[in-house]
Write a protein of this length. Structure first.
Length: 215
């Protein structure tokens, strides 16, 4: 699927067997020390679905997401020597991928509509996020389906109008279920800034929803 990736058969049974015990960080450190491509392939294998789906939702375009995915993992390869022991791999990967996605969106000024999946349950303890669950309808009928579709379009339009700084926080915290400190690490901003941007973005989404209900 991705040029940077290898076929599943390339990953040895030995790596598969120890995948549950060896951490991402250990794989990366060992890879940069040995140059063993199977270690690199295992990292790609672990994140191929998760990261690609995140980028596709963020960018609203599968082809663009694939390009950014490849860019991110090529950067992992070229920057492996800069990875500091004691740091976590996942936030580092998401930081590289998110900033690559932001650059890609800026290069492609014509944004497509965001493709939204059902949001993951928030793990940050942000109770206000439940107000942003605007995609569900309690009506189990054709009327309910039509309403749900209309709601989805409203949220898509509202998200597409958010500034990049707010959009990135929404995608990381709300859709990826990351904690505030993780989003802060990825975006290289204070935790307080993550909270304020998230609250502002949610208020804007709720305002759009409330206005549409009144109309």
């Amino acid at each position: 699927m991705y040029a940077v990736m290898t076929e599943p058969s390339y990953i040895s049974r030995q790596l598969e067997a120890r995948s549950s015990t060896v951490t991402d960080e250990q794989l990366l450190i060992e890879y940069r020390s040995t140059g063993n491509r199977e270690l690199y392939a295992q990292l790609v294998y672990r994140y191929e679905r998760e990261l690609f789906n995140y980028l596709r939702r963020y960018l609203g375009n599968a082809e663009q997401a694939e390009d950014v995915f490849q860019t991110a993992f090529l950067a992992i390869h070229s920057k492996a020597h800069t990875f500091q022991e004691g740091r976590r791999f996942r936030p580092w990967l998401y930081s590289i991928a998110t900033h690559a996605a932001i650059d890609s969106r800026r290069r492609n000024k014509k944004h497509t509509k965001l493709s939204l999946d059902v949001p993951k349950q928030d793990s940050s303890g942000a109770g206000d996020l439940t107000h942003a669950n605007l995609l569900e309808s309690d009506l189990p009928s054709a009327e309910g389906e039509a309403l749900s579709k209309e709601q989805t379009e409203l949220v898509r339009a509202a998200l597409d109008k958010l500034p990049e700084s707010m959009s990135s926080v929404i995608h990381l915290v709300y859709f990826q279920g990351m904690k505030y400190r993780e989003a802060a690490e990825i975006l290289k901003i204070p935790v307080g800034t993550v909270k304020s941007r998230l609250n502002t973005a949610i208020k804007q989404l709720i305002n759009v929803w409330t206005t549409s209900q009144v109309d």
